[in-house]
Design a protein around this ligand. Structure first.
Ligand code: AMP
Length: 255
């Protein structure tokens, strides 16, 4: 069985995001970019399933500009077998929306025929948390979102997924093929070792375009302006609990 993993190139989680002076989007020039952290967890889970003998091949896929090949190389260095790069250089005013990404991933899934597609639960740049759900809907495959544990039964062609919900852990059983999105506590992704980084250079990255896949990615949404959130006012240090109570009562009027 094959596992398809969707990985997105995003501004590194440790970078303080800055809005461009012309307010058309956020600054990405000379900014450290990395694999979306939830996608790293998705790659790790696919590798663990392959290492446990539940899958035979892990294919990483991304949609993005030429530089997104770095993200695929990271997935290959972690241990993915090969990769698919859907080349798309988005206009900042017309970013690729989750529905378009899901349509492209659906086309890739129909070509690759994986038993499982694993995505991050959300991309930390747009925070949409929509692509996995939309992909499952388009493919009409069952979905296990926010997975904190995944077990695969190759013989019965089933996946058991534990999900963290408000009241505790929910366990669901999915018939394969299925779509899974990863939550933070699913695993601790591995670091790529130097020999594996070298090995990854010779692994295959297939390049295609949305047009090759016959996917229409036009969107009705246009970004008009991106602005910084208002600066927070400095706090004050109070000298007593009585003073705090007084302020809560008479200034904030919350008591
Ligand atoms: P989102 O719905 O945008 O929060 O993204 C959720 C997940 O969808 C990400 O963690 C990725 O696994 C996948 N995804 C979103 N955008 C892309 C992209 N451009 N290329 C590959 N995967 C993506």
């Amino acid at each position: 069985m094959k596992i398809l993993v969707a990985v997105k190139r995003v501004v590194d989680y440790a970078v303080k995001v800055r809005v461009k002076p012309d307010r058309t989007g956020v600054e990405t020039a000379n900014v450290k970019m990395s694999m979306n952290p939830f996608c790293e967890i998705a790659v790790e889970e696919a590798l663990r399933l392959r290492e446990a003998g539940a899958a035979a091949e892990v294919v990483a896929a991304t949609i993005g500009p030429a530089q997104s090949a770095d993200t695929l190389r990271t997935a290959l260095a972690m241990g993915a077998d090969r990769a698919v790069h859907v080349l798309h250089d988005p206009d900042p005013a017309r970013p690729l929306l989750p529905l378009a990404v899901a349509k492209i991933l659906r086309a890739v899934a129909l070509q690759e025929k994986p038993g499982l597609v694993i995505l991050g639960k959300q991309a930390i740049d747009d925070d949409c948390n929509q692509t996995g759900q939309m992909l499952a809907g388009l493919l009409q495959w069952p979905q296990g979102t926010f997975a904190s544990k995944v077990l695969l039964d190759k013989e019965k062609q089933k996946a058991t997924v534990e999900r963290e919900v408000d009241g505790g852990i929910e366990t669901i059983c999915l018939k394969l093929p299925a779509v899974i999105t990863t939550d933070l506590r699913l695993n601790q992704p591995r670091y790529a070792t130097l020999p594996n980084i070298m090995k990854a250079k010779s692994k295959v990255i297939k390049k295609v375009t949305p047009e090759d896949l016959n996917v229409d990615i036009r969107s009705d949404m246009e970004v008009i302006e991106v602005t910084e959130p208002p600066k927070r006012k400095a706090g004050v240090i109070l000298s007593s609990v009585d003073e705090l109570l007084d302020k809560l009562k008479n200034e904030a009027r919350v008591l």
